[in-house]
Design a protein around this ligand. Structure first.
Ligand SMILES: Cc1ncc(C[n+]2csc(CCOP(=O)(O)OP(=O)(O)O)c2C)c(N)n1
Ligand SMILES: [Mg+2]
Length: 231
């Protein structure tokens, strides 16, 4: 399965594919990641649509390999948690995951983790230029419409990583992503280098977190402006 379905009456995913026909979909990116992820790796997840899709992909042969934000669900968890994992388990390869909106909440940590004795990590950012999980909610609530979920397309997270003295790589195809991850792991384990991989993906969106809560707001009391009395 490469692509996400649209709900009846909505066409966001169809339009997202048509807008960027040559770009990876979220599931193509996750398959490319699986091809390059060491089986002993510790991974972290963040809150967002791509990280939620990704929960279907990795499998683990032992416990204590998967860090997730849990029920509080804070965006920005992926990067700091994987840094903590590496400090606790320096001999194990670690890979953090985050969507581009959530990563923006923790991006300042890039200015700190390159310092001398901090261990090297690998971080993958899913670059779809949107707060995707929120867009998914609003397309369902508001008949294929949305507001306030776009991110700045001029911002380069790979560029920010480089400006912080770290390695920053942009991956646009499945082969580029698998290869970038393999090299990043080698650099993490054998050369003490941190790499941020910006995985460029289309804007398709998977299942919402709370499909049961997807009901359009309705007028409950039927209050009219003419009901108001002047004081
Ligand atoms: C601190 C915080 N703020 C807001 C939210 C609400 N929220 C949940 S998912 C999400 C969007 C995440 O967007 P992004 O990280 O780009 O991932 P995508 O859904 O695009 O894969 C937001 C804003 C949250 N969970 N935590
Ligand atoms: Mg996003």
């Amino acid at each position: 399965m490469d692509h996400e379905d649209d709900d009846p009456g909505t066409s966001w995913n169809e339009r997202a594919r048509a807008a960027k026909p040559d770009w990876m979909s979220p599931r193509m990116a996750w398959r490319a990641i699986q091809a390059g992820l060491p089986k002993e790796a510790i991974i972290s997840s963040d809150i967002g649509n791509n990280c939620a899709i990704g929960n279907a992909y990795p499998s683990f042969e032992e416990g204590r390999k998967y860090l997730a934000p849990g029920l509080f669900g804070p965006c920005g968890y992926g990067l700091p948690s994987i840094v903590g994992a590496k400090i606790g388990q320096p001999d194990v390869p670690v890979v953090g995951f985050a969507g581009d909106g959530a990563f923006g909440i923790a991006v300042n940590e890039l200015t700190a983790i390159g310092r001398g004795d901090w261990p090297a990590i690998t971080q993958i950012v899913f670059r779809n230029y949107q707060w995707g999980a929120e867009k998914r909610n609003t397309t369902l609530w508001y008949d294929d419409n949305f507001v306030g979920t776009e991110l700045d397309e001029e911002v380069s997270y790979a560029g920010i990583a480089k400006a912080c003295g770290l390695q920053g790589v942009v991956a646009r195809t499945m082969d580029e992503l698998t290869e970038a991850l393999r090299k990043a792991i080698d650099d993490q384990m054998n050369h003490g280098k941190t790499t941020l991989i910006e995985a460029m993906i289309n804007q398709e969106l998977g299942e919402p977190f709370r499909r049961d809560a997807m009901k359009a707001p309705v007028a409950v009391a039927g209050v009219s402006a003419t009901d108001m009395a002047a004081e």
